[in-house]
Design a protein around this ligand. Structure first.
Ligand SMILES: Cc1cc2nc3c(=O)[nH]c(=O)nc-3n(C[C@H](O)[C@H](O)[C@H](O)COP(=O)(O)OP(=O)(O)OC[C@H]3O[C@@H](n4cnc5c(N)ncnc54)[C@H](O)[C@@H]3O)c2cc1C
Length: 433
């Protein structure tokens, strides 16, 4: 029976393998590292002995491909779904502002949420509503080459709205600042989240660590369908003949008993494979990466009463409350790349104390600082243009990964969408040959 090799065991590789398995195509998944999950992974904490994530991951209701995958692998119940969009922001003076969609009809409830959002006065609220209504008539061509910052100025958003709303949403959704992010991609994300009904704007959070939430269910599903997952096994070379991949050389063997291959590894990893299909087509200098910093704090006593908070004008962007421990998240964290971890820990304790008087830093008994240097690619206009050129040069090789041309930022949804498309193309190819 036709067989497909999937390279990479992150969201894109697991999604490709699961969708191939659904179509009864036997899969061999090769993952270079000893763990599955790629950039969305967890590990057992040495001292606390429980599993923690390399960084907090959230999904949105508009992640339709990801939700389909979770359904397929029976993992949807491992995620907590908000009732309606509900976002609490805090400022330095511990003032709280809530953006809550009521139970009313969509989109009136979202409009009401903005009107009730206390962070702004009426003129600013009207500017925000005008911005959102303007999105309906957005011509993507007009935005070509524009950054988010240029677009916000053009659409007369005040400095306060930019600081307290757009900067938070841009860094949260695109992991970069308003001066680098592509305006057309940002608007596309806003439309996906806010213009597709109440469900699309819900925030979805794993109930446990990522290994238990999706990696184990995906592995179980693929293996039950007859697939094989091997780790660690690193693919190093493509052997090609007549415009086809005929064999793969890994760190320990040569594999040639397959019909097609899905590459589900990041751009930089694919360029390292000998005879890769990107050698001629893509300009490497156009793809740049942005780090995410996560600080996990274990607490003797937890006084936080919300599941998560956004922080206004702070180096910490989000606080996620997991009960025994909390996670502080800084997106676009390049300024922390050289900072010693202990210094980050101490500075963040002081910062959290300002925002949350109910937090007592003496209650913290352990911590872990993790910085993922290449957490996401930066969705600049240059990259969005370059991305459209991505092609596989081999007829039986299909490309997946959050970076391929999905039209989405560097997210789980982009990875899963790419995996589902690659699996669909592989199935069609197998049926034709
Ligand atoms: C800290 C952090 C927080 C994030 N938060 C969010 C969030 O809240 N929401 C969201 O949607 N996204 C978030 N992201 C982004 C999201 O994690 C990624 O977009 C997604 O996981 C990418 O999946 P992928 O499968 O495309 O690539 P990866 O996860 O990078 O997987 C690629 C896999 O391929 C393997 N590999 C590489 N080379 C080879 C080879 N030669 N042979 C075999 N295997 C190989 C790698 O080891 C890796 O396991 C976050 C990322 C980070 C780091």
């Amino acid at each position: 029976m036709a067989k497909c090799v999937v390279i990479g065991g992150g969201f894109a590789g697991l999604a490709s393998s699961a969708f191939l398995s659904k179509n009864n195509i036997p899969v061999l998944l090769l993952e270079a590292s000893p763990k599955l999950g790629g950039r969305a992974y967890s590990f057992k904490h040495k001292r606390q002995k429980n599993f923690i994530d390399n960084g907090q991951h959230i999904l949105m209701g508009c992640y339709s491909n990801t939700l389909e995958l979770l359904e397929l692998i029976n993992a949807r119940r491992n995620f907590f779904f908000q009732d309606k969009l509900n976002l609490t922001l805090r400022n330095h003076s511990a003032q709280e502002f809530s953006l809550n969609a009521s139970r009313g009809f969509y989109p009136v409830n979202l409009l009401m949420a903005i009107l009730k959002f206390d962070a702004f006065d009426y003129p600013d609220k009207l500017k925000i509503i005008k911005f959102f209504t303007g999105l309906i008539f957005d011509k993507n061509k007009k935005l070509t080459g524009m950054t988010v910052s240029q677009m916000l100025k053009e659409r007369k958003q005040s400095d306060k709205i930019i600081k307290m709303l757009w900067e938070i949403l841009t860094v949260g959704a695109l992991n970069t600042d308003i001066h680098s992010a592509s305006a057309s991609l940002f608007n596309k994300v806003l439309k996906e989240v806010f213009f597709k009904g109440n469900f699309a704007s819900k925030i979805i959070i794993p109930k446990s660590d990522l290994t238990n939430a999706y990696v184990i269910p995906a592995k179980k599903y693929i293996e039950e369908k007859g697939g094989e997952i091997i780790q660690p096994e690193n693919v190093k070379e493509f052997i090609t003949y007549n415009n086809k991949i005929v064999a793969l050389k890994t760190g320990r063997r040569t594999i040639n008993d397959f019909d097609c291959v899905i590459s589900a590894i990041p751009f930089f990893a694919l360029t390292k494979i000998k005879n890769n299909p990107l050698q001629i087509t893509l300009d490497k200098s156009k793809i740049k990466y942005s780090p995410i910093l996560s600080v996990h704090l274990w607490l003797k006593k937890n006084n936080f009463n919300k599941q998560f908070y956004g922080l206004i004008e702070s180096p910490i962007h989000w606080l996620f409350n997991h009960g025994k421990f909390i996670t502080l998240v800084t997106s676009n964290a390049k300024e922390f790349l050289q900072t010693p971890k202990e210094k980050i820990f101490n500075e963040f304790l002081d910062e959290i104390s300002n925002f949350f008087p109910e937090f007592d830093k003496n209650e913290v008994f352990d911590y872990q600082v993790i910085i993922e240097k290449r957490a996401t690619f930066i969705p600049t206009n240059e990259y969005e243009k370059e991305r459209q050129k991505i092609r596989s040069q081999f007829s039986n090789l299909f490309l997946a990964g959050d970076w391929v041309n999905t039209g989405l930022p560097s997210t789980i949804e982009s990875a899963v969408k790419s995996g589902k498309i690659a699996a669909g193309n592989a199935v069609n190819w197998i049926r034709k040959h």
